[in-house]
Design a protein around this ligand. Structure first.
Ligand SMILES: [Zn+2]
Length: 130
């Protein structure tokens, strides 16, 4: 019977896996092709520097190009980005009681907040949501 103790061969480290955003293939993390693409529906959970950018991961250059081109064709709607910023504030941190607080926390002007809310309501109406 073999005993494994000190000096035994080192345990194999499991290589973390990634999923391709296009084909959902799983592959080793160090083979991933990553980048940021413009996307007005994307806000970063904590760092607004990355708002409007979506991080995509692909299994290779070919799928990264497809993902990049897909997002390039997607319209970039400022009101959508503002609505996402508002949602982030309303779903995290201390509650917001006034339009002024919402403006401070989102970095948006009141006119932008109103346009974002109108866009959001129109989107919901088109999707048949109350
Ligand atoms: Zn892929």
């Amino acid at each position: 019977m073999w005993k494994r103790g000190k000096g035994a061969r080192p345990a194999r480290r499991a290589t973390p896996l990634e999923l391709c955003d296009l084909c959902a293939a799983a592959f080793p993390e160090d083979e991933a092709v990553r980048g940021y693409v413009p996307d007005s529906s994307a806000v970063h959970p904590t760092n607004d520097w990355f708002d409007g950018l979506r991080r995509v991961t692909a299994c290779g250059d070919a799928h990264f190009v497809v993902l990049r081109d897909t997002y390039r064709r997607r319209p970039f709607v400022e009101e959508e980005l503002w609505a996402a910023k508002i949602t982030r504030v309303l779903t995290s941190g201390p509650p917001v009681a006034t339009m002024e607080q919402l403006g401070c926390r989102t970095g948006l002007y009141e006119s932008e907040i109103r346009r974002a809310m109108a866009w959001h309501n129109e989107e919901r109406r088109q999707r048949g949501q109350p």
